[in-house]
Ligand binder design. Structure first.
Ligand SMILES: [Fe+2]
Length: 376
């Protein structure tokens, strides 16, 4: 945003009005100005140390002037002068959100995406901020990336996750092992086909970024299936706007119950971001609870839900490949649906270890890599 050029300042009861050099008006509330005096923030901790709750009276200026590209305000009843750089005022003049370097436009992808999936090498990732940036940018823009050359250790997965942020446990614990279990608590822990899904929507805040480290894969069958839920939802928006609206507005229940826990949540199948763009999907036929909406609602909801579920499985969208030992696929669990074909459990070994971190951790680490922030 261009800097403000201020021609005149007019003091009103609740705030001050500026006439910008191009003739357009801008207004700043006195509470906002006092609260956000640059001296309110501590350089060391980078946190706000001024507490407006402790102000005796509503803030009011005693004098205002423009000096050297700053608005200078003296405050009534306190010996305090605030200097606001005009650049800072320009950012907040029109009630728009502070520019976010992690708010990147998503690029939808289709079944032919596999050769173009972003790949980064594990050892390089640990030593190169540029590689980490490239990886995280792919996760933000495309929602999927593969880490190659992973050591065959439990630590390698944790170490990879920590490159983005803190590990996010779920009710399965800090990590999970995907292989055939003798007493499975989840369909993933069998050799049966696994329908396209997002993980653990039964949790109120389902984990945001998933890591699946392939430690062994020598079985017959078991191809990995991945699809970009936002690509499918965007297409649904085009061809059936009413179905799209229902899936984006209606909350439906998910559950996960076993000995010792009874997880429940309500989620929207299609998730929209602050721009109204599709930012994700939540789909899990094995964790969908019995829908408990009024029965008449289902006359329109179920056809929309089934139409979307069928679209997700269309060849056009589904990327099929075999994840190799030493690879770790990383993806946005709120956007990318994943599954696998059935495999023959006696034909070899298939073992994946998985964990999660959150979307906020990804965005936070990415911003730290690419931007100056407010304090650098
Ligand atoms: Fe899964």
């Amino acid at each position: 945003m261009d800097s403000l050029q201020i021609d005149s300042v007019m003091l009103e009861d609740t705030g001050l009005s500026l006439q910008l050099a191009d003739g357009s008006p801008a207004y700043f509330n006195y509470y906002w100005l006092r609260d956000n005096c640059p001296s309110s923030f501590d350089r060391e901790t980078r946190e706000r140390t001024f507490d407006i709750f402790h102000s005796q009276n509503a803030p009011k200026p005693s004098a205002v002037k423009v000096e050297e590209q700053s608005l200078v305000v003296d405050w009534e009843g306190e010996a305090h002068q605030s200097r606001y750089p005009l650049d800072m005022l320009a950012t907040y003049a029109y009630g728009e959100r502070r520019p976010d370097p992690a708010d990147l436009p998503r690029k939808p992808w289709y079944s032919d995406h596999y050769p173009d999936v972003c790949r980064v090498s594990h050892p390089l990732l640990l030593e190169s901020n540029e590689e980490r940036r490239r990886w995280m940018e792919a996760l933000l823009v495309e929602g999927v990336a593969i880490v190659t050359d992973m050591p065959d250790t439990n630590e390698a997965l944790t170490q990879t996750g920590l490159q983005i942020g803190q590990i996010r446990p779920t009710f399965f614990g800090p990590y999970f092992d995907v292989r055939t279990h003798i007493k499975p608590t989840n369909l993933a822990f069998t050799s049966k086909a696994l329908e396209l899904h997002t993980d653990v929507p039964a949790e109120e805040y389902a984990p945001g970024i998933q890591f699946l480290h392939c430690r062994a894969n020598s079985v017959a069958g078991g191809l990995n299936l991945f699809a970009d839920g936002t690509a499918v939802a965007n297409d649904l928006r085009e061809i059936d706007p009413e179905a799209f609206r229902l899936l984006a507005e209606t909350e439906v229940p998910f559950y996960k119950e076993h000995d010792g826990y009874d997880m429940r949540s309500y989620q929207r199948v299609i998730e929209l971001d602050q721009h109204g763009e599709v930012s994700g999907v939540t789909i899990s036929q094995h964790m969908a609870d019995i829908f408990d909406l009024p029965q008449r609602t289902f006359d329109t909801y179920y056809p929309a839900f089934v139409r979307f579920g069928k679209m997700l499985q269309e060849e056009k969208y589904v990327m099929r490949f075999s994840l190799q030992a030493t690879e770790c696929i990383t993806f946005d669990n709120h956007r990318i649906v994943h599954g696998r074909e059935a495999y023959s459990a006696t034909s070899g070994e298939r073992y994946l270890r998985g964990t999660y971190t959150d979307r906020g951790e990804l965005r936070g680490t990415y911003r730290g890599l690419v931007s100056e922030g407010r304090f650098k």
